[in-house]
Write a protein that binds this ligand. Structure first.
Ligand SMILES: Cc1ncc(C[n+]2csc(CCOP(=O)(O)OP(=O)(O)O)c2C)c(N)n1
Ligand SMILES: [Mg+2]
Length: 378
């Protein structure tokens, strides 16, 4: 606490305040860009077994492959909506790995891979992207519940929903948390603040993630807010908050694991800002990133691909090689092929199915519409 202003002169020193804010959030890092450990103690604290390292890397590869295949399908007009994830694999999959089946995931539209990592079948994710009601069923192929909310399109709304569930978990004395993802743009929404404030006031079991990928569609991070760190917004509501190198899977996992442990012990929420990048377009619906960022900037970020450094690290440890990678990607591709077929073979959605899925108890007008469409076989 020694660097916090104490004298009246310091209280009135606005330059000092700006500097103090900037200095308050150093970046948590364990693995550097060359796949070398920069903090052995932090690595120990992460306590990842060889199997864990492989599982995290598998999930990151699954994420990348889903991105590649989904982008192709979208170009063929076989996807409804797709928000690319390349560049964010550590931020998404290494964080998700720290949570348990009984924890509740509150994803944004870019967080499909985290739901898949929780056991949601890929064919349901494809149907979700096509706006099909079956894509709103959060169950595994053998009928088990997947504790995930639907991918939220309303920026920031998942923070409020997650806060309610977090309080419910606390009131029921569950050893579980809710964990919610939004983006840098999401931090400008009222819901972001309201969700965190509510969860913090009630010390609810919650971990909040901000994936700071540099852009909210075309709005760059520097125009999003004057706050030097998005994590600082957690301090406004009394929440421990930290910034993590989002390209470093081990640091992201460590932050998420520690945050979960804190939240599950009843001490309240934690906010984690991951510094990452969206290598590709905002979505496959016609965005051209070169209208708002340079080729050089994108190329620089590709050099910080989270797959490269994790691959180097596990390869140096003797856990990974090219053959293993090729085999694993072939397995993922086969799984995706099967799931595409499955999604294509689901009966076309009727208008009445869609309406029936909208409200648990439909209102009078909606009931009438449902009856009308059903009587027409639609
Ligand atoms: C409440 C609301 N306002 C505006 C939009 C339109 N919109 C869709 S994505 C997006 C940008 C969000 O950026 P960010 O939170 O950084 O997430 P990212 O897409 O980068 O993952 C906006 C403004 C929306 N979906 N919801
Ligand atoms: Mg963003």
């Amino acid at each position: 606490m020694s660097n916090i202003s104490k004298t009246n002169d310091q209280i009135l020193d606005f330059d000092y305040q700006l500097k103090a804010q900037d200095d308050a959030f150093p970046t948590l890092k364990v693995l550097d860009n060359d796949g070398k450990i920069v903090d052995e103690k932090a690595l120990e604290r992460a306590d990842l077994s060889d199997d864990d390292l492989i599982n995290i890397f598998h999930n990151m590869l699954l994420n990348r492959q889903l991105d590649i295949r989904s982008t192709k399908l979208a170009r063929q007009g076989r996807f409804g909506f797709f928000a690319p994830t390349a560049g964010q694999e550590a931020s998404q999959m290494a964080s998700a790995y720290a949570f348990h089946d009984e924890d509740w995931l509150f994803p944004g539209y870019r967080d499909i891979p985290e739901i898949v990592a929780k056991g949601w079948p890929i064919w349901k994710a494809i149907l979700w992207s096509r706006g099909h009601v079956v894509g709103n069923e959060y169950t595994t192929d053998d009928g088990k519940e997947v504790n995930s909310w639907f991918p939220q399109i309303i920026i920031g709304a998942q923070y409020v929903e997650a806060a309610g569930v977090a309080l419910g978990l606390k009131k029921r004395n569950k050893k579980a948390v809710s964990y919610a993802y939004t983006g840098d743009g999401g931090t400008s929404q009222g819901d972001f603040y309201e969700g965190m404030n509510f969860a913090a006031a009630y010390h609810a079991n919650e971990v909040f993630f901000v994936q700071n990928n540099g852009f909210a569609i075309s709005t760059p991070r520097k125009l999003q807010t004057a706050a030097p760190h998005l994590a600082a917004k957690g301090w406004a509501v009394g929440v421990p908050s930290l910034v993590v190198d989002g390209q470093d899977a081990i640091a992201v996992y460590l932050a998420a694991k520690e945050a979960r442990a804190w939240a599950v012990s009843g001490k309240g929420p934690v906010l984690i800002e991951t510094l990452t990048d969206r290598f590709e377009a905002h979505s496959t619906a016609g965005d051209d990133p070169l209208r708002y960022r340079t080729k050089e900037d994108i190329a620089d970020w590709w050099k910080k691909d989270p797959l490269i450094r994790m691959r180097k690290y596990i390869t140096d440890k003797g856990l990974w090689d090219e053959d293993k990678e090729n085999d694993y990607i072939a397995q993922i591709d086969a799984r995706i092929d099967e799931d595409i077929k499955k999604a294509d073979n689901i009966d076309k959605q009727k208008i009445s199915d869609y309406l029936k899925n909208t409200l648990e108890v439909p209102g009078y007008a909606m009931k009438e519409q449902i009856e009308k469409f059903e009587s027409e076989g639609k």
